[in-house]
Design a protein around this ligand. Structure first.
Ligand SMILES: *Cc1c(COP(=O)(O)O)cnc(C)c1O
Length: 399
């Protein structure tokens, strides 16, 4: 699957990736790596994963021709890969199910995860509940304050939410706390990482579990028109839904792969999360990749209207895909995302997540420049119900 530009050296994507962690954490990671290698092609493991993806999460997700939107814009046909129709309303469960089933194979009984806005924490708590595993979620104190509803959801699903008050008290410190817990509790604990980031083997493993998106997608688009799409567009936070949507097209050089990152209030302002547009190469969160950082390599706070894109780093494979120009990355502002959020709602009756609205906005820019027999696929990573209240306030909606 797309190994022509990636995966030459285990755990590396060109110069990116690796395992930049203390030896104690390496031991834990290597155990995960050993089991992943053992089970990734195991027929029983795959059958079990497919079963839960289907009957628990509701896969396969449809590939839907957004005709009203396409007609309105003129130009290319826009199709939506409906990851918003997964259980819990986003692509996150694809990865969580894979990792939890692996944890079960390893005999682990306790699950930990980091979460920023609470989306990954909620998906992990749900799957841990389903499989009867203890679950603890690390979350920055500031994020807990901002995302009370998701904290309640995790509690309802039986997870304990640990508040992390060090430093900026957000996702960065939550990741550090989860890695420290993982190193200390290797015997019974598995760390479910939420995006295609972090030390090896996580970026490879998360790509594998999310690549179900492009596996289905490729077949669906061929079935519908017997040709490959001209472009696949996905939003990029850590990069898991994007790498999942790109994976099975990496070798199809005629298919443009396009990532939409968050320009926030503008790439020329301090308030953005456009890591691949504005960042530089460095090491953090156990990996070498692009980061928004100062001259000393200290991470800068990222900003986006969408909590899921609000991350100052990016998965290492995206850094390579950018360098070798196999994928293109563009930055979409808060305002452009809001306009896309509204337009898709009005034209198709589908309210996208603010994260996914960045990908929709990118397609809205591209479609009119293209021909009517061309195809753009937007990976609609999640549904927007979670964002409706915030957007209503921003748009000054009055009942
Ligand atoms: C978490 C999230 C994202 C960002 O994460 P990636 O790892 O970049 O995919 C995007 N969309 C939705 C709906 C999310 O919940």
């Amino acid at each position: 699957m797309g190994d022509t530009v990636t995966g030459k050296k285990k755990g590396y994507f060109g110069q990116y990736g690796g395992q930049y962690v203390p030896d104690k954490v390496k031991k834990a990671l290597n155990q995960v790596s050993d089991f992943y290698e053992r089970f990734k092609d195991d027929a029983q493991f795959r059958t079990e994963l497919e079963y839960y993806l289907k009957d628990y999460s509701g896969r396969p997700t449809p590939l839907y021709y957004a005709k009203s939107l396409s007609d309105y814009l003129g130009g290319a046909k826009i199709y939506l890969k409906r990851e918003d129709l997964n259980h819990l309303g986003a692509h996150k469960l694809n990865n969580v199910l894979g990792q939890i089933l692996l944890a079960k194979r390893m005999g682990k009984t306790r699950i930990i995860a980091e979460t920023g806005a609470g989306q990954h924490g909620t998906a992990t708590a749900a799957a841990a509940a389903k499989f009867g595993m203890r679950c603890e979620i690390y979350m920055g104190a500031k994020d807990i304050e901002r995302q009370k509803l998701n904290v309640f959801r995790m509690n309802l699903l039986g997870a304990k939410v640990n508040s992390v008050s060090e430093g900026t008290a957000t996702l960065k410190e939550a990741v550090d706390a989860a890695l420290a817990d993982f190193a200390e509790n290797l015997d019974d604990t598995f760390y479910v990482v939420g995006s295609a980031v972090g030390p090896d083997p996580y970026p490879t493993m998360v790509k594998d579990f999310q690549s179900v998106i492009s596996k289905e997608l490729k077949q669906q688009v061929l079935d519908q028109g017997n040709r490959l799409p001209d472009a696949v567009v996905a939003c990029v936070g850590g990069g898991s839904n994007a790498i999942g949507a790109f994976a099975h097209f990496l070798d199809d050089k005629g298919v443009r792969l396009i990532g939409a990152e968050a320009a926030g209030k503008g790439v020329d302002t301090p308030e953005n999360a456009a890591t691949l547009t504005n960042g530089s190469v460095g090491v953090a969160h156990g990996m070498k990749s692009y980061f928004l950082q100062d001259d000393q390599g200290k991470l800068k706070p990222a900003y986006s209207i969408s909590a899921g894109l609000d991350y100052p780093g990016v998965g290492p494979e995206h850094s390579l895909l950018k360098d070798v120009k196999r994928a293109e990355y563009y930055a979409i502002t808060d305002q452009e995302a809001l306009d896309a959020f509204t337009l898709l709602s009005k034209k198709e009756g589908i309210i996208p997540a603010l994260e996914s609205s960045h990908a929709v906005a990118q397609a809205i820019k591209m479609a009119p420049q293209m021909e009517s027999d061309q195809i753009i696929i937007v990976n609609l990573s999640g549904r927007g119900d979670k964002d409706v209240e915030d957007v209503g306030k921003i748009l000054n909606f009055k009942i």
